[in-house]
Ligand binder design. Structure first.
Ligand code: SAM
Length: 375
């Protein structure tokens, strides 16, 4: 059974939940070996297609496979490199504690056997990719005294392009980071022919990530004509670059009237970051916040009422409910009892908690990710 080490993104608990959910949906058997704030170590019953898996995941930086080693890292890595690059020049990189010292010794030993060797200092992922070290299986990592070969690296430029180079970016109502949008889709464990709706689609971040993942039945709706126009422009831009993508349907609609525009039980999944209230500056009074929270609570409860009607029997909802951090207080929105009364039940996304909190240090708004299914 191969052992895989996943290097996790900056919200490791969310990355872990995403990996587990994707492996489950692909019906890949795995055994959890260890987990901490940087890494997740799994052994799997079959070899993983790491490049495809890493492409799918929004929250995994790198996937590595363990190399069986003895106590002698330098001798073992020398033998490995000799074997994996049997002829020509060996280009390799090594990261981790004392990496340069080990690398110099490995290079010296290999040179003594007549091999041509170059040590590529692993400054960043660009150096690894530029030197094709993933293809040659020679980007090596020492993590907690074990050695791993890099199998894949997250395609960062593609996320950056969808984040910053698309024609419409909505700084005002706030944009979901594309990686988080992808995580939300993955947490739903859907098949690619599912009909997926984002009823607060804004400029279309979730729709674009879903298109990139290969979903072809997508619907976006929003109360704002500017949002629908922005989504449309972003979708056209994406299709220009990815000619085979199917165009999502866009509907200008208040979530309250969506039930009149979509058939009952016609949607497999609702994946959404809803309106989170006006942007906070940190000096709002408790009264102002209370009023805004009351409005959001009503909006979310009304939304779920509609969702429960348009969702199919085995439908799933991934929904962000914000919580607010002001003056050492955390203020949550209590809409769960109403959601449950509609016949929806939450599905635990983490062994320790029902929901997953996404929050960067210092942010006034935390996004709590919930998963619901019809009870
Ligand atoms: C936080 S933004 C969503 C951003 C989106 N995830 C993105 O990355 O572009 C919330 C969106 O909800 C929309 N909205 C607010 N109230 C709504 C309502 N009652 N019905 C439908 N959409 C609404 C706003 O127009 C806004 O585009």
């Amino acid at each position: 059974m191969p052992n895989y080490l996943f290097q996790l993104g900056h919200q490791p608990h969310i990355s872990r939940a995403e990996i587990i959910s994707v492996l489950d949906s692909k019906q890949i058997d795995y055994q959890l070996k260890s987990a901490d704030t940087n890494f997740l170590l799994l052994s799997t019953s079959i070899p993983l297609f790491a490049t495809e898996l890493n492409y799918q995941l929004g929250g995994t930086v790198k996937i590595m496979e363990e190399l069986s080693t003895t106590q002698n890292i330098e001798a073992d890595l020398g033998n490995y490199l000799n074997r994996i690059v049997p002829t020509g020049k060996i280009n390799f990189s090594l990261s981790g504690p004392n990496a340069t010292k080990h690398a110099i010794a490995i290079k010296k030993n290999l040179k003594q056997t007549g091999r041509l060797v170059r040590y590529v200092e692993p400054k960043n992922t660009a150096t690894i990719l530029h030197n094709n070290l993933i293809e040659t299986e020679t980007d090596l990592n020492i993590v907690y005294n074990r050695v791993y070969i890099t199998r894949s690296i997250q395609p960062l430029e593609e996320f950056t392009e969808r984040d910053y180079s698309r024609p419409k970016i909505d700084g005002k109502s706030g944009m979901l980071p594309p990686k988080l949008a992808r995580i939300l889709l993955n947490l739903a464990s859907l098949s690619k022919n599912s009909t997926v709706l984002d009823p607060f689609c804004g400029s279309g971040t979730i729709l674009l990530e879903a298109m990139d993942l290969g979903f072809s039945h997508l619907i976006g709706s929003d109360i704002s004509s500017k949002a629908i126009d922005d989504s449309n422009k972003n979708i056209d831009w994406f299709i220009q670059k990815n000619k085979n993508s199917a165009k999502p349907q866009l509907i200008l609609s208040d979530v309250h009237t969506l039930g009149q525009k979509l058939q009952p039980k016609s949607i497999d999944a609702i994946i959404s970051e809803p309106y989170l209230g006006n942007p906070l500056h940190g000096h709002e009074t408790k009264e102002q916040l209370k009023k805004s929270i009351h409005e959001l609570k009503t909006l979310y409860e009304d939304s779920f009422q509609i969702f429960s009607r348009i969702l199919r029997r085995n439908g799933v909802i991934i929904f962000i409910i914000p919580e607010f951090y002001l003056n050492n207080d955390v203020i949550a929105i209590d809409c769960l009892s109403r959601i449950r009364a509609l016949g929806l039940k939450s599905v635990a996304l983490d062994p320790e908690s029902d929901s997953l909190l996404y929050r960067r240090p210092g942010q006034f708004v935390g996004r709590r990710i919930w998963k619901f299914v019809i009870a």
